[in-house]
Design a protein around this ligand. Sequence first.
Ligand code: PMP
Length: 456
Amino acid sequence: AHLERLLRERRATGPAPGTRRATADHPFSRHVNPDLASMLHGAGIDVEYTRGRGCLLWDAEGNEYLDFTAGYGSLPFGHSPPAIWEAVAETHRREEPGFVQPSLLGAAGELAGRLAGIAPQGLDRVVFANSGAESVEVAIKLARSATGRLGILSTDSGFHGKTLAALSATGRSEYQAEFGAPLTGFSRVPYGDTTALAAALAQHGATTAAFVVEAIQGEGGVNVAPAGYLAEAGRLCAEHGVLLVLDEVQTGLGRTGTLFAAEQHDVVPDILTLAKALGGGVVPTAAVLTRADLLTEGFAFRHTSTFAGSALAARVGLRTLDLLTADDGALLRQVRENGERLRAGLEDIRDAYPGAITAVRGSGLLLGVELSDAIDGFGGQGLIGAMAHDENLGMLLCGNLLRREGIRVAPTLFGNRVVRVEPPLVVTGEQCDRFLEGFERAVDHVWRNDAVGLVG
Ligand code: PMP
């Protein structure tokens, strides 16, 4: 009854503030994504943002929103970051040549050197790519080429992208079948379970090229690798000559409070993928780090990608690394501080609403709030299910946050009932407090109903 009242209230109060143009007639709906308008409208989040700066977004009417999704990790410095746009302008001022391939010189070489300098030990070879999924494709090709084996092991609910090999490693069957995935050689084990991994390797180790895994399953529901899991996985893989591919597309470059999440797990992978933050929030780019002995002769010719390692992407990548490492790591210290501040605040809210929030987890500024399944969460289908079935608590919470508090959060892609809290790395303490106050008010509004017994 409470849920029905909230849904009625939403219909009665009508549109969120701001220009709501995600109608079926909008050109985007018409020509790009016909499903989007009704989904966004159903979930009450059909706002068209027209301007962004740092952690803030505005719609055409000038309403302000606090963005705690950060482009799912791809906006380390928030929207319209001046220093990154300065790097774009500098590339132009220098009249750096674009797409000269092959070329021995240039920004890509500089960036490769910088990445090798900060990477986990021994990962001093770089293959550039243009997206997270493409970096995973590269990692899989590298592993198959280096080992001469076909098998790729990944984890249930892991997310590695949606191109065909990456999708084959992505751990949700319902996204795969219609596309002919998984491709030959792909199989999965439960995440965080070294016994299952040991058993799989004991059986198939000799034909397995790589184990592909995240330090935190971001899209899978912000599931953090248990202590010791990745180090033990590395050891088990090494025993069988299987390469450990750590997908740091979302966790990499500061998101968890260190440059690489690997540092916190005491593991040195054989191959590490980076994307999202590397583009500074402006340019799509990616990089795969690996060891010299794994790069087979001629690999760089047998695997190429026209746009990879462009001067623009490399200059932006260099400036991104400058910002992440400036002042002796001041920004990463700020990430750790604000991560702790948000986590503590969210835990307080969890304690005040134990029937509503069942867990708070994550690391640095990649946090997840798991909501009660007292009323079916996201129809069992993560974000897509959530948007398609707006009558659930997760989307009600996200919708309420947006409309009443001007705060933007989103559920994880596969994590049933998990709302991600993932602001830009430059978020301030004051913005974190503003978020927490709004979050608590929205939780209170959605859950305060003793009749359904959700308030502790
Ligand atoms: N790997 C991980 C861990 C990711 O989080 C993502 C994106 N959420 C990807 C790969 C795919 O990246 P992209 O969307 O750039 O292809």
